[in-house]
Design a binder for this molecule. Structure first.
Ligand code: PEP
Ligand code: MG
Length: 329
């Protein structure tokens, strides 16, 4: 119990009971991991690797390789990731492997030489398509070496990984094969997830299932690609809405297809951080985890507990909740 100095009263600290749907958190800056580790999150659902590149490494991975400094990448990545894994242990941390667009890579020192000029790089050389490409694979291997260092040398086995922007099933196959060759094979204590953020991921989920342990819905990219609405274009921003029925039906389809093969589904896009009601829809659809911004963890945990109780009560009284996909936003 903490003392409320002004009132002279004793106020009980809020406690958070476990919820059926796990509440994870999104994190970029490793230096914030200690501070946020006291939040009642069940783990890190999305650790964005890009922050370490822009804030600590500053140089393009291929430029560092050419200069003969590949260890710099491995050491600095491992240090940043380990900070988060250590702060959160034993809770799981999902590191998303690099998902820069080429314009962002070009901003890293020495990047010009290695990056194509893509007018629409949101749809260009990003995510999984780089990892097996002979022009990038050596840099990808350094990312994997950093993961191995954190797990094997530092002993932080709560670290798992996620593959972003996987357009084709064949890419999931190729990337997981490279990971296996590099000593990172999926097993009981090492999970490999993929982002579900391209319509093909939803439509072919039954095929993608073979290569991964679960999905995290990237509702930012998924909404963009389902509604044909550039996420960075202000002119069409009124049309960008994660609560659109098309997105909701896609999410429902994914959860069903994933669960059929025992794969988990989480979400790490902005939707549940921005629209707390959206979390209710996700719970009703059977999602396993929601991952929100740190400032939304407590509120989400409270809302999830409250909504799960409501579902139980409605079941007990036979009233039943309305089907949230029937509601057009
Ligand atoms: C997403 O697409 O929803 C996502 C979380 O990834 P990013 O915003 O980094 O593309
Ligand atoms: Mg994305």
């Amino acid at each position: 119990a903490a003392t409320n100095q002004a009132q002279g009263q004793v106020v009980a600290a809020e406690t958070f009971a476990p919820t059926g749907t796990g509440v994870m958190m999104n994190l970029g800056d490793p230096d914030l991991a200690d501070k946020y580790s006291s939040l009642p999150a069940d783990g890190i659902g999305l650790m964005r690797e890009e922050f370490i590149w822009t804030s600590y490494i500053h140089e393009h991975p291929l430029y560092l390789i050419e200069k003969g400094e590949p260890d710099k990448v491995v050491d600095m990545l491992a240090e940043g990731v380990a900070k988060v894994a250590r702060a959160m242990a034993p809770r799981p941390v999902v590191l998303r492997l690099s998902d820069f667009k080429s314009s962002e890579y070009r901003n890293l020192k020495g990047g010009d030489k290695y990056e194509p000029n893509e007018p629409a790089d949101l749809l260009g050389w990003r995510g999984a398509s780089r990892y097996y490409d002979p022009k990038y694979i050596d840099a990808f291997k350094l990312e994997l070496a950093a993961v191995k260092k954190v797990r094997n040398e530092f002993g932080l086995k709560n670290l798992n990984v996620m593959i972003p922007f996987v357009r084709k099933v064949d890419e999931a196959k190729k990337v997981t094969e490279i990971m296996k060759e590099q000593g990172l094979e999926r097993n009981q204590d090492f999970k490999v997830y993929m982002m579900a953020e391209i319509p093909s991921n939803i439509i072919l989920a039954d095929k993608f299932n073979e290569y991964i342990d679960g999905y995290s819905i990237g509702s930012n990219d998924l909404t963009m690609l389902l509604l044909g609405c550039d996420r960075n274009n202000d002119t069409v921003s009124p049309l960008f809405d994660e609560r659109n029925l098309a997105v909701k039906r896609a999410i429902r389809h994914l959860i069903k297809a994933a669960h059929k093969d025992g794969k988990t589904v989480s979400i790490c896009g902005q939707a549940p951080s921005e629209f707390p009601d959206f979390t209710n829809f996700l719970i009703q659809s059977g999602i396993d985890y929601v991952s929100v911004n740190p400032d939304m963890v407590k509120e989400t945990k409270r809302n999830v507990a409250h909504f799960e109780q409501r579902i139980m009560l409605d079941k007990a009284t036979g009233r039943g909740l309305e089907d949230p996909t029937d509601y057009e936003w």
